[in-house]
Write a protein that binds this ligand. Structure first.
Ligand SMILES: NC(=O)c1ccc[n+]([C@@H]2O[C@H](COP(=O)([O-])OP(=O)(O)OC[C@H]3O[C@@H](n4cnc5c(N)ncnc54)[C@H](OP(=O)(O)O)[C@@H]3O)[C@@H](O)[C@H]2O)c1
Length: 290
């Protein structure tokens, strides 16, 4: 019988910690500030950005939402980043992904002051994660996955962990976090060129799926009693739903869940954690910048 890891409840607990930390910082005269920059009119990005700004407001953080037209040039966007780098009221800066195609996202990330890079994508923070330097920022989604494992009481030390996906946003940092001292898992990273993915997954005590393929991980890929963290968010057509689609993860939940000791649902698993860890990172930036 599997236990369902409730991401909404764990995220709410993290946000309560953030509320208390925000009050402590404010008592010291520091109001933590997050700037979110959005280029273009992607509707999903607008929803994400609004919810980040709303959460800041609810917890007492200062926030700035900067919406730029889709035709914004690279130079104009870099100028906004530089202005935010220099703004003492702003401790965290996030440029919502994906930007329009003409924007070189890597150059934008490199232009961020790494001390304000609360997404943890700047090379300096990538290096700090590899070096296990706690002053760096850990990307929010994998950091959220680690919190979910901890909240579910999963022992990672000595566990065989398989991370499916090697993106800079999820897979790679997830693998580094699982293998870091203190977590101490034995980690395998699988990707589109991996051979016998089902066989690799069957070895795992912990599977983290970050692929972007609806319900790819099947029941016969999963060892009895394994823990499964499903990062995937995929839209599949569903004429019976009002919206015409529903969200599913990278894991075939209905068939996999009965084999697991614990599993995250989609939605309501990893998703709510990302924003909570973004706020956590902004508070870390505010503490470190003073
Ligand atoms: N919950 C959240 O807040 C959150 C945050 C971020 C992302 N996500 C979701 O997580 C998923 C992954 O996101 P991402 O940004 O990491 O995606 P990504 O950059 O597209 O990376 C996907 C990874 O999956 C691998 N892959 C693709 N097809 C595969 C296959 N058939 N077998 C094995 N590996 C395969 C790719 O391998 P190669 O490297 O060989 O191409 C790549 O490493 C998406 O559904 C995304 O929406 C959720």
């Amino acid at each position: 019988m599997s236990s369902v890891i409730d991401g909404k409840a764990v995220a709410a607990a993290v946000l309560e910690e953030c509320r208390a930390e925000t009050a402590e910082l404010k008592a010291k005269g520091i109001t933590p500030g997050l700037a979110v920059v959005l280029v273009g009119d992607d509707p999903a990005s607008h929803v994400y950005v609004s919810s980040k700004v709303k959460t800041c407001g609810e917890l007492g953080l200062h926030s700035r939402k900067i919406v730029l037209p889709a035709a914004t040039t690279q130079e104009e966007l870099l100028a906004v980043v530089r202005e935010l780098n220099a703004d003492p009221a702003i401790h965290g800066i996030l440029v919502q992904s994906p930007p329009p195609k003409h924007i070189n996202e890597e150059e934008v990330v490199r232009a961020l002051d790494p001390r304000k890079d609360v997404d943890g994508f700047h090379p300096e923070n990538v290096a700090k994660l590899a070096l296990e330097d706690p002053t760096g920022f850990v990307p929010c989604t994998p950091a959220g996955c680690m919190r979910l494992l901890a909240a579910a009481g999963v022992k990672t030390a000595g566990a065989e962990a398989v991370v499916i996906g090697r993106s800079m946003i999820v897979g790679k940092p997830m693998a580094l976090l699982l293998m870091a001292k203190g977590s101490d898992a034995t980690v395998t990273v699988a990707h589109s060129r991996s051979k016998d993915l089902p066989g690799i997954c069957r070895r795992a005590d912990i599977i983290v799926a970050a692929v972007g393929r609806p319900e790819m991980v099947k029941a016969d890929w999963v060892k009895e009693g394994a823990v499964v963290i499903d990062v995937g968010i995929n839209r599949v057509d569903d004429p019976s739903s009002k919206k015409g689609y529903r969200l599913v993860g990278d894991v075939a939940y209905d068939e996999v869940a009965p084999k697991c000791s614990a599993i995250t649902p989609v939605p309501g698993g990893v998703g709510p954690m990302t924003i909570a860890l973004l706020i956590k990172n902004t508070l870390q930036a505010a503490r470190q910048l003073g």
